[in-house]
Design a protein around this ligand. Sequence first.
Ligand SMILES: Nc1ncnc2c1ncn2[C@@H]1O[C@H](COP(=O)(O)OP(=O)(O)OP(=O)(O)O)[C@@H](O)[C@H]1O
Length: 594
Amino acid sequence: MKNLARTARWLLTLAWQADRARLLKAIVLLTLGYLATPGIALALGAFTDNLLDGRLGATFVIGVLIALVLVAELMMGHFAHLYYYEVGELAESRINSELIRYVNGTPGVEHLDNAKFADTVTLVREEIQKARAYIEALLQVVLLGGQLILTTVILASLEPWLLLLPLGALPPVIMGRYAQRSIDRSRDAAVEQNRLARHLLHVATSSSSAKEARILGAEAALKRRHERSWREATAKLWRGQLAGAALRALGQVTFAAAVCATVYLVLLQAVRGLVTVGDVVLVITLAVQVNAQVAAALSVLSTLHAAGHTLRRLDSLKTWPTREPRTPAAVRPVPARLRHGIRLEAVSFSYPGSDRPVLREVDLDLPAGRTVALVGENGAGKSTLVKLLCGLYEPTAGRILVDGVDLREMPPEEWRSAISTLFQDFARLEFTLRENVGVGDLARMGNDDVLTDVLGRAGAEPIVRRVPGGLDGALGHGYTDGAELSGGQWQTLGLARSALRDQPLMLVLDEPAAALDAAAEHATFEQYAGSAGEVGSNGGVTLFVSHRFSTVRMADRIVVLEGGRVAEIGDHAELLASRGLYADLFELQARSYS
Ligand SMILES: Nc1ncnc2c1ncn2[C@@H]1O[C@H](COP(=O)(O)OP(=O)(O)OP(=O)(O)O)[C@@H](O)[C@H]1O
């Protein structure tokens, strides 16, 4: 009950803040419609008595009135629907904004790596689409309650025992709650298989992965796994739904017994001459209406219970343990330019929920104005180090100093706006070409000259020529039928995006050439060697992660990571001369290309 009241308060506040005028109009129209229902029962009773007494004129007037009220009741419902539909749409947009804030409004990204957080976001994203139904259910439950009270008063005025009829409606309500719990439990239990099934469907049908699956001959296996996950998910849902239906049926049977007792009682009164035939018609009509009202109340109550789940899920996202926000006393500004550089002191790191250190006591200098390459075998911890430097995660131990100031003391959003990045798993932003690149520096999104310049520097002219509509042409099929690009072309746009921010303190390129062909790779690194100089004028550091030694060798400083530790540091010549891991990896690659 407490949960229900809290859900009702949440929905009412949401609807009120979304559009109070439309909400009030919906309430007035719905109230008129709901009053009409017991009104029709009363009119039917009077209609019967007048007819039996031979008062044809009065009977005709009441008959016409009943017809008009029935039409009006329908019309009220239609117009009310229009109003609360709009309120629901606006409320959905408010919850969407809230969800975006919970996912993005934290200093770090630790929560995004948590499977439970991801599951909760998926569920809330689906449930938000029912915001209109939730608000409609709230209005209906209040008005159905009013209708039930009115009906009870009319019944009790004829026979006090009939006061008990609405009590017969309690078992279905209670059973309905248990039924909903069983259904919710099955939904929670099936969420993982559902997610897997959706993912497998995506892999099997999206053009990029479907091609690879076809060549690997994996489509049958994908289909089988998809079917299995889907079957497992639906089996769990089916069991929950079946138990729910059985519980609901039990409640309804109890109520049916109460209706039978009601009809018996009123017939007894009629035989004794205490009530008229019209009263019998009235009671039977009201009893049937109570049945419909209880069924409706049950259905809207289960919708409200579902809304309660959405609210609790939103609460859990809102209160998800994330990094503590900075206390003002500890805040230090991000410098306008780097004088000395970025220094890592005994930095260790384990991902949240894991004891396994991915980085161990890393000591490292990234001197101002220099180009630093990070190399190492798969899983050595290169991308993790990059994420720490970007402030997306905090070291578990040790510290990162920017010109001697601990990165933890700098406002994360200020640091993020001072750096420029292109991650290994770069975003394929399926918007217009202008938006895809312009999001790198929102203030310059409207500047065609700047955009054209960075696109040129990233070697993206062929893409601009390919996209119908140029800068304002759409990319991908995310929301419209835009130009489809290759993996390398998407990455080239990512490069242009990362080059848009003017004079960053740190330019991070995590395998920026992974999807590029050899010529494009060469051009890119020539370009970025140049842009590193440019960044350097601001004292900025260019840090790139790469497996390609032909490009790594261009860096001023090369850092070799091995098992989360710094194994070697030096320039290309020094590292070759020291004949360590770098030299081994370099020679291995040189041999495989010769
Ligand atoms: N979000 C995460 N949660 C838990 N463990 C992670 C996460 N991301 C990476 N790891 C683990 O951390 C280790 C280092 O991963 P990282 O991506 O930093 O390596 P890398 O050197 O960049 O590898 P690659 O060259 O393949 O990109 C790996 O063992 C990986 O499984």
